[in-house]
Each structure stands twice: as C-alpha cells, then as structure tokens.
Design a protein around this ligand. Sequence first.
Ligand code: AMP
Ligand code: ZN
Length: 469
Amino acid sequence: MAIRLYNTLTRRKDELTTIEPGKVGLYTCGPTVYNFAHIGNLRTYVFEDVLKRSLARCGFAVNHVMNVTDVGHLVSDADAGEDKMALGAAREGKTVWEIAQFYWDAFRADMKRLNLLEPNVWCRATDHIPEQIAMVQRLEAKGFTYVIGDGVYFDTGKLGDYGKLARLNLAGQQAGARVEMTEGKRNATDFALWKFSPKDQRRLMEWPSPWGVGFPGWHIECSAMAAKYLGERVDIHCGGIDHIPVHHTNEIAQAEAAFGHPWVNWWLHGEFLVMAAGGEGEQAKMSKSSGEFLTLEVLVKKGFDPLAYRLFLLGAHYRQQLAFTWEGLEAAGHALARLKKAVLEWRPAYTNQSPIAAHKAAFDEAVQDDLNMPRALAAMWSAVKDDAADRGALYATLLDMDGVLGLGMAGMQQEALAISADRIAALLAERAAARKAKNFARGDEIRKELAAAGIEIMDAPQGTTWRKA
Ligand code: AMP
Ligand code: ZN
C-alpha cells in the first residue's frame, strides 16, 4: 500500500519511495536526558510513533534508530551557554551519569504510558564518542574544518548548498547579527564539531581527542550514529520543526560533506504544541531548560489517562500547530470513555470476523494521505456509530485501526472505564467551591460529568459522597 508524505526538503507531498523496496531506515532525534520530557516533546514522539505504525500498515519493515542525548550540550543553539547535564546534576545533587540514566528511564516510562513502540536501536551519545571523532577526522581530511580557541568548527562557507533544508537566506544573515559570534568563526552559521574543555577546569564529561580534551558538538552525534546503524544513506529522518534551521541543517551539512553524496531522502517535521492563551497552563512555558513545563505525570496526577492525551494529539494533523487546553484534554477523556464502551460491548461478539471494508478503506485513505489522523479518527467514529453492523465485525474494525491509533483497544478493561479516585476528589472539591460561590451551573456540570463517567454523587449535610452508578 502506497503512502504519501510531506517532505520538508522538497516542500511537497509525494509517494514514499525507499532505498530498498519494502524497507524503511528511520532516524528520530531522541530526548536530551537532563530533565523530564514535556508534553510538547511528547507530541513529536507521538507523531513519530504514528508514522512508524502507518509505515508498517502500508507494508514497510521499519528499522527505527533513536538517540539519547546524554552529553552535556549547551543551553543555547549557538554553541554557547551553560552545560545542560551539569545544570541537572547541580540541581539534583547527582552525578551527570545518574541524571542521564534517571531521565532516560523516565522517558521510557512515558513512552510506555503513551503506547509508543520502542525503537529497534537505542544509541547513547556517550557510547559513541569514537564514531563522532572519526567523523570529524573525515571532515578534517576533506578540508571542511578549522580550529579556533574553543573548538573545532565546520566551515559552512565550503558547501554550496548549506541551509537548503530550511531555505536559509544566507546573504541576509550578518555575522553576529542574530547568532552570537564566537571569536575566530569564519561564518555566522559555522558550528562546533568538537569543543575544548576550559583550560583551568575539569568538566564533568570530557574525553581525549586528536585536537585536545573536550566534548562533541551537539549535531555530530546524530549523523555519526545514524551512519553506524542505518548506513550512509537514510530513508527518513524526523524531529520537531525547531530542528529545521539549526540542528537538521547542520546534520545535513556535515553528513553530506563527509559522505560526498546526498544523505537523507525524506525529512519529516512535527509542528509544535503550544500553551493556549488564557488557559490555566498559560504560565507554563514549553521550555525544558527554564524548568517550567507540563509533564505527562502532571496530567496523570490530575486524573487523566495518558491515552486521553494521545487521543487529544491525534485530533490535530502533525503539521498543524496545536494549542493545549485542559478542556480539550477533558473532551478527549470523554471520547476515550465512549470508545471503551463500544469496544467492551462489541468484544464478546467477536469470533474472528474481518474488519468492515468501507470503514477500513476510509481509514486507510486518511493514513495514506500524509498521516491524516483527524480524518482517520472520523473514520473510527463512523464505525463506532455504525450500530446496525455486525458487532463482531465492528470490533475487528476498531482493533485493526488501533494498529495505527495505538489507543490500547485490545487491552481495554471494564474497570478502565472508571475515573480515578483522585480525579473524583478534585471534581468534588471544585463542585463544593462552585456551589459555595453560588455558581450552581458549574456544580451541575460537574455532576453530569461524573455521571457520564459512571459516578453517582450524593449530597448530605455532612458532605458529598460518591459511588459507582
Ligand atoms: P529535546 O529533548 O529538547 O531535544 O526535544 C525533543 C523533541 O521535542 C525534539 O524533536 C523537538 O523538536 C521536540 N519539541 C520541542 N518542543 C516542542 C513542542 N513545544 N512541541 C512539539 N515538539 C517539541
Ligand atoms: Zn538529532
């Protein structure tokens, strides 16, 4: 089955062709493990998971490689600022190695809760220092590098097509105008391949190299590890849109300079999750280095099912910006409950029927059209509403769609319909406050919301109690 994808490199939607027919080599930029992933980061990983599942549905065998950035890179993209890993270690009184392990484990726990498939290969930057040094040496041998006071740099002026991914207007980029200019850099867009440790101090993470003790630049790890595990030509490389102008642009520059030929055929980028203005989370900026952000754990603590967050994300196309709102998440939670109800009702009728062709076709068409999940969900809901059809076949239809949606339908259980006790307590407290403020409309809304989740509430002089309806 063919699939059409939007390629940032060509700015076109085209049918995917791969280097080896039926196979896809996929590289996705992984987490920087000095803090928890925020729900914005997780949007990008959910998009990549939908991509993987969709490719599999279309008959491709996917070899997925994801890196773990555990080297202490610098807070700013411009090879300057503080070391993120060292900041994490100082904040928590742990070693940088403990910090990396802890947040990588936390990331994998989030992946599990969101039903994200594990990559075939996980690779840590600190386990691949020799590969990164070898790639810098290769660039050096070809004359693409120069050494200045604080490190070895890539000379972007030596490449005719530097910036082609982002379509950067290089003439308009005055040296030092927007990017802080390191002394000795030849072009504003030049970037560090290897940074030297400060002369007077030992860094928490540093390694010897032919140029001196130091640590790799941020971009080199992805190209070096992608080459090791996927070869020097790659089908698809993904990340969030923020990676287009710097990280992916520099990855292309160094990889194509080193290999001497085009490197990645398809670049796919996920749009950002932003905080909706006026919402409760307005202050929570989506910035990992500022330390202010929403995590999956916060959503769970508020009583939401992580898969409700996944369903919320699927409601927007991956190339469209999405504003996070609690109301939106709540609506996704209700939708998930409705879906579970159908799944549980129809499951007993399932005796190996095939999916219903018309629903399946509508769903596939959406998947094949650049992973159009809003349309795929619409196809799923029309199956849910099709109660005249054979129930066992409807169950088969939903289960088949879940191969892409990843909402855990096969594992849905009766008790999963129930709302968590924490969430009930939070809603009852909110209702009590609303009633006290004579906002009876809100009080009624909450009663209805609980009723929809199968919870009946009883008001009495000594307070409000609840039971399963
Ligand atoms: P990081 O761990 O900071 O390297 O980011 C991990 C991934 O999340 C990268 O692919 C980023 O492009 C992506 N990302 C960062 N912020 C957001 C956001 N607000 N919405 C969606 N993706 C994001
Ligand atoms: Zn990367």
